[in-house]
Write a protein of this length. Structure first.
Length: 74
C-alpha cells in the first residue's frame, strides 16, 4: 500500500514541478510520469475515482511568523 502512495505523491510533486520552471527534477519526473499525464484529472480505477492517502511526520517546526502567516516545517 505504501508503494502506491509513494508513486501517487511522486506523480503529484512531478506534476507541480512540471507546471513551474524546468530543472534537474524534470529528468526524474520524465522517468516516473508518463507522457501526456493530466495532473489535474483525478486518477480512476474502472472509471471511478480512487482515494489516495499519504502520511508524513513533522521532525521540526522552525520559525513561525504570525504577522506574515508563514511557518517553516522540517
Amino acid at each position: 500500500m505504501w508503494q502506491e502512495t509513494a508513486v501517487a505523491l511522486c506523480i503529484l510533486l512531478c506534476g507541480i514541478q512540471r507546471s513551474k520552471s524546468h530543472s534537474m527534477v524534470d529528468a526524474l519526473c520524465n522517468d516516473i510520469v508518463p507522457e501526456g499525464y493530466e495532473i489535474y484529472k483525478a486518477p480512476d480505477e474502472d472509471g471511478n475515482p480512487i482515494n489516495v492517502f499519504i502520511g508524513f511526520q513533522v521532525l521540526d517546526i522552525g520559525e513561525v511568523d504570525e504577522e506574515k502567516m508563514v511557518i517553516h516545517v522540517h
